[in-house]
Design a protein around this ligand. Structure first.
Ligand code: ADP
Length: 332
């Protein structure tokens, strides 16, 4: 049956969102559905701002970072009035199915909309944080790791030259996936993560002990610490100055910030986006609704939207063990 389908991207943008849009559009177009893209996340849904989408718009899109639909936060969307307005707009446009590509906040928004709109709602996990329960990985996560790793590699060159301590702040204020795997892959020396942080004192003591061990083994060495954003109570500058006085070494803070959201998606993110998007599109017109499409052990899964945020996704044991073994972090 011919349906009318809408897509929006919401919340923090992530590399691979475009590839996901492309997959949904191509599969839906082939099935004979009409497609629109709402602009600026839920804002477009409230202001009825949209563009029609077909295969021409998604040509050459898989490799492009960002999102052609633009993403945004939309505070008013939490109200019942907004839910009703969005529902009325979707009905006015004759939309049968809405695909929401975003993070857990966007899925809360999708569930909120579901209270007022009877159409089909399907979420797709797009966030660099990988903090969505029910899927092994999220679209954008692998590219963000790659960006963090490349940045740490560059920092290491200058750190080695001057035998300095560097602090590299990565995104992920609530979840340490990016920090953990970025630190392992870049062979950093220490990592400070929300899931494992105990206290300032313990962290400083651990770093100092470890740094002194390294210096005894290898002489005056460079030392790189990866820090998850918004975690250290006084901020990265405070940690840097405290470490500077404790170690009597120059400590340089580097905040990676929004570069981690940008760039062309790496192939893992493109593949995840294309696979999840294509699979999700095949569900158009079915009874499946109120779910996120994720991937677990190489298979697509349908996860009720509520389950994506109700349970905190734990760091995987193998990565934590690897960090402890290779980096000698003292969390174990
Ligand atoms: P992300 O999707 O990346 O987690 P946010 O947490 O900023 O990003 O959420 C994106 C948007 O989702 C918000 O700006 C808001 O429009 C919507 N949203 C988030 N939480 C809710 C909620 N509880 N009810 C309705 N809408 C919500």
């Amino acid at each position: 049956m011919n349906s009318k389908v809408a897509i929006l991207t919401s919340g923090g943008d992530a590399p691979g969102m475009n590839a996901c849009i492309r997959a949904i559009v191509l599969v839906c177009e082939r099935a004979g559905h009409d497609i629109v893209g709402y602009l600026h996340g839920y804002n477009g849904l409230l202001s009825q701002e949209y563009m029609t989408l077909d295969s021409r718009q998604v040509h050459n899109l898989a490799q492009r970072g960002g999102t052609i639909l633009h993403s945004a936060r939309c505070k008013p969307f939490k109200t019942d009035e907004s839910g009703k307005l969005a529902a009325a707009n979707l009905t006015a446009l004759g939309i049968d199915t809405l695909f929401v590509i975003g993070g857990d906040g966007s899925f809360r928004g999708a569930a909120h909309l579901g209270k007022f709109w009877q159409g089909q709602i399907i979420g797709l996990p797009g966030t660099i944080d990988n903090d969505i329960n029910g899927t092994d990985a999220t679209i954008g996560y692998f590219t963000a790791i790659e960006t963090a790793v490349q940045s740490v590699d560059k920092v290491r060159d200058t750190a080695d030259a001057f035998e300095r301590v560097f602090l590299v702040e990565v995104m992920g204020r609530h979840a340490g996936f990016l920090g953990l795997n970025g630190a392992i892959a870049s062979a950093s020396d220490y990592v400070i993560l929300p899931e494992l942080f105990e206290s300032e004192e313990k962290t400083l003591k651990d770093i100092l002990t470890q740094l002194n061990e390294r210096r005894e083994q290898r002489g005056n060495v460079s030392y790189i610490i990866v820090l998850a954003e918004n975690l250290w109570p006084g901020g990265i500058a405070d940690l840097a100055s405290r470490l500077e006085s404790l170690t009597e070494t120059e400590v340089r803070p580097v905040i990676l910030g929004h570069v981690q959201r940008g760039g062309s998606p790496v192939s893992q993110d493109r593949l995840l986006a294309l696979k999840l998007g294509a699979y999700a599109a095949t569900l158009t017109g079915s009874a499946v609704t109120g779910v996120m499409i994720g991937e677990q052990h190489g298979k697509p899964v349908q996860v009720p939207l509520e389950d994506t945020w109700k349970q905190r996704k734990p760091l995987d044991d193998l990565s934590v063990d690897t960090m402890t073994l290779l980096m000698n972090n003292r969390y174990a």
